[in-house]
Design a protein around this ligand. Sequence first.
Ligand SMILES: Cc1ncc(COP(=O)(O)O)c(C=O)c1O
Length: 399
Amino acid sequence: MKIFGNNNSLSKGFEYLDSQKYFYFDSACQTLRPQEVIDAEVEYYKKFNACGHRVKYKWGEIVDKKVQETRDSILKIVGKNSKEYSVGFTLNTTFGINTVLHQIKPNKFNQVVTSEIEHNSVFLPSITYAKKNNLKGLILPRDFHGNLEYSIEQIKNSIVLVNTTSNIDGRNLLNIKELCKDIKKNGSLLLLDASQTFGHNIQLLKDVDFDASFGSGHKMYGPSIGFIIIRKELLKDLDYFFIGGSTVQDVRKSDFDLISDDSELYARIEPGLQNFAGIMGLNEAINWKSNFRKNERNSVQYEEELKLYLNKLLKELDVNLLNPNPSSVVSFYTDKIDSHRLGVFLSERNIMCRTGYHCCHYYLKNLKKFPPLFRISLGLNNTKEQIDFLMDNLKILTK
Ligand SMILES: Cc1ncc(COP(=O)(O)O)c(C=O)c1O
């Protein structure tokens, strides 16, 4: 095993992991958790392990306060306010998308529109919702940079559900603002799978008037948890069937009243007891990232540097690279070695990269007919030395 650097070369927050032994390049699936995030979760368990949203004793009050802080932080990072939007917690992005989409009243819409480069978490609910409600399903192309290619006719009276950043090659929905304006003017809804965006380029979502966007804490240095940022107008108009404890204010023999207090509307999409430790860890992850190397390069600059470094070295490899642009998420295949075998060989050296279709079967396997891919995704835990080690090994194995 190649030995290099020292623990100072490891990004702050991940000192607990030996950077000379473990080479984790799967942040697009889930990021590693900084020590501060782990501590925040443990603090909940050890100091005020109570339920939120119902409890009047002191521990419960602390939980409510901290949970509210996380909701506020999430709104703040996307530049939204609590007058128009609410934040609800859920299991992950997949669960969030299903929760909202399947409870939208279909009567105002003709079709569900999505794009070709979607994760199965977008693709499958789009298919099932359209089928269940006898709506048309439309799949639109994305250009090399990630722009959605559409005409006004194609997005009229539609539920448009697309990702803002691809987990295949990091392409971004660059025409998001124009798309959003066209959607608003044409009786449609804009739902965004922003799970890859929250960890890398939140700026993209600013000033975008979306109806709902979905994220996963585990893709942004937080615990395994999902969240939904949803326009209150839409939240009030959902056709609720996925309900239970905490979602109602009164229940009679055969009907009930959903929570109606404007400041608690999120409760309608949070049936049952929540992952309070996870919610607190998520707030810590948001704070941690915004304070990352504050006096040197911030998280965006640090990641940019890593990204350019990796992408420069990738040019030296004889592989079929899918990426049109440098990105923190890169995918390729080579005729010299099957991607899964490559992944297994690298694993022998504790290098962890993803192989396969990355849950984008429609686009990668059936439309493009690619063989299984090899994916490298960078995170703030990575260093240039780690990238060197990965590339040295890739060079040998793809020769
Ligand atoms: C673009 C994209 N959308 C959705 C998901 C699903 O996220 P989760 O597994 O957190 O539900 C992923 C996960 O990798 C993703 O990359």
